[in-house]
Design a protein around this ligand. Structure first.
Ligand SMILES: [Zn+2]
Length: 141
């Protein structure tokens, strides 16, 4: 879930109180993402709340907190792999970060296509490599 605040450019109904958030007022936008079954697409839903006077998003957040049991999920689910595999996996992750940086630098700099192609190929190879080391991270998609 993504949450951010923005100034309203087009009046929209507040999900909490049902009244309109007028142009120029602040609103809190919550975006929910749900992966669709049997599909690579993601279902997206946005909700809008009064950000200030009334503080609908605070009310709403407190209500939701009260309803939901506390689940610790920071850092995501740990992979069930051996230390040896994890070490190899981390090395691939670090190498990828460095290749991503080089691609970024190349795009901002000389934009040499052969270099970019080569780096992109490296990324593809890393996908194959990490597949057997606990699977391809979701963020690589
Ligand atoms: Zn409201």
């Amino acid at each position: 879930m993504n949450v951010w605040i923005r100034r309203t450019t087009k009046r929209v109904e507040c999900r909490y109180c049902g009244r309109f958030i007028e142009t120029g007022e602040y609103q809190v936008v919550c975006t929910y993402f749900m992966p669709l079954k049997n599909s690579s697409r993601v279902w997206k839903k946005q909700m809008h709340f009064h950000a200030k006077e009334p503080y609908c998003w605070v009310e709403r957040a407190i209500t939701e907190l009260a309803m939901r049991p506390r689940v610790e999920n920071r850092g995501g689910v740990a992979l069930d792999i051996s230390d040896e595999v994890r070490e190899k996996r981390n090395k691939v992750l670090r190498r990828r970060a460095s290749v991503m940086q080089r691609i970024g630098a190349e795009f901002e700099g000389r934009q040499r296509m052969p270099v970019i192609t080569h780096l992109t190929e490296m990324l593809e190879n890393m996908k194959l490599e990490i597949e057997s080391l606990g699977g391809i991270p979701k963020s690589w998609a």
